[in-house]
Design a protein around this ligand. Structure first.
Ligand SMILES: C[S@@+](CC[C@H](N)C(=O)[O-])C[C@H]1O[C@@H](n2cnc3c(N)ncnc32)[C@H](O)[C@@H]1O
Length: 228
C-alpha cells in the first residue's frame, strides 16, 4: 500500500501572534474567533505578509484540489492508498480512504474549521478526518516506510513511471509532495527523503504531480492485483 503525504501544506488557522518575538497579537474581529479561521491569501494578504515564509502560506485550495485528486483515484477506492496532510504549522491530518470531501471550496473550508476546532470530523462516531500536533519526522518514523521518495523540481530528473514501478514492488513506500505554492521544502523535510525526484524541468502544481504519480503506481498495482 502506498502512503501519500502532502507536506508543509499551506493550510492553517490565522496565527494569533505574528512577530518574531511573539508579542504582537492580531486582534479578534468582532464576533469572530480568529483561531478557527483558515488563512487564505484572497482574504488575509496583510496578515500573510507579516508571517515568516509568506510565499508558502494562505493557499488551502492546494490541499483541497490535491486531496480531491488523490481520494478520487481507483487506487484509493480499492483501499491501496493512505493519505496524510502535514501542515506548515506541524499538524498532521489523517484522512480515511472512505472520506468524500466536499467539491465546493467554501464547504471544504467549513470542514477544515470544524476539524481545527474539534480535532476530528465527524464529531460523533468513527472519525474520517483527525488532526493532531505532530511533525513530519515523527509521522515518518511511525510509518516505518520501506522507502521515502520526495518529489521536487530540484530533484534528480526521472519519469514517474520507473520510480513508481520500483515502489510498487515494496511493502510500505511513502511519497512526499509539497502542499505549498512557491518556495522550497525546509531542510528538515528534505533530510527525511531517501531520494529526491524531479519529473519535469519546471515547477508543476501539486495536484498535477499527485495525479501523475498516483496514476503510474495505480497502473502497476491494480494490474498486478487482477492476476492474483
Ligand atoms: C507548486 S510546487 C512548489 C514549488 C517548488 N518551487 C517546487 O519545488 O516545485 C508544489 C509541489 O509539487 C511538486 N513538484 C512541483 N514541480 C515538480 C517537478 N517538476 N518535479 C517533481 N515534483 C514537483 C513538489 O513536491 C512541490 O513541492
Amino acid at each position: 500500500m502506498l502512503t501519500l503525504i502532502l507536506a508543509e501544506s499551506s493550510l492553517e488557522t490565522i496565527p494569533t501572534r505574528i512577530n518574531k518575538k511573539g508579542t504582537a497579537k492580531i486582534p479578534n474581529k468582532k464576533g469572530k474567533k480568529r483561531d478557527q479561521t483558515i488563512l487564505d491569501i484572497a482574504l488575509h494578504r496583510q496578515i500573510i505578509q507579516k508571517l515568516p515564509n509568506p510565499e508558502k502560506r494562505g493557499r488551502p485550495d492546494i490541499t483541497h484540489l490535491s486531496l480531491l485528486a488523490a481520494l478520487g483515484t481507483p487506487l484509493n477506492k480499492q483501499g491501496q492508498l493512505r493519505t496524510y496532510v502535514h501542515t506548515i504549522q506541524d499538524k498532521i491530518i489523517k484522512i480515511d480512504s472512505k472520506t468524500r470531501l466536499p467539491k465546493n471550496y467554501n464547504r471544504f473550508i467549513g470542514l477544515m474549521q470544524q476539524l481545527y476546532k474539534l480535532g476530528k470530523v465527524p464529531p460523533e462516531g468513527p472519525p474520517l478526518l483527525t488532526l493532531e500536533k505532530m511533525n513530519l519526522e515523527t509521522l515518518i518514523r511511525n510509518l516505518k516506510p520501506s522507502e521515502t521518495i520526495l518529489f521536487t523540481e530540484q530533484g534528480t530528473p526521472s519519469k514517474p513511471k520507473p520510480i513508481m514501478n520500483e515502489l510498487a514492488k515494496q511493502e510500505k513506500p511513502v511519497v512526499i509532495i509539497g502542499g505549498f505554492p512557491h518556495g522550497e521544502f525546509s531542510t528538515n523535510t528534505l533530510k527525511l527523503a531517501d531520494k529526491k525526484i524531479s519529473i519535469y524541468p519546471e515547477p508543476l502544481d501539486t495536484w498535477i504531480v499527485v495525479s501523475r504519480v498516483l496514476y503510474c503506481y495505480e497502473a502497476i498495482v491494480l494490474e498486478k492485483n487482477k492476476h492474483k
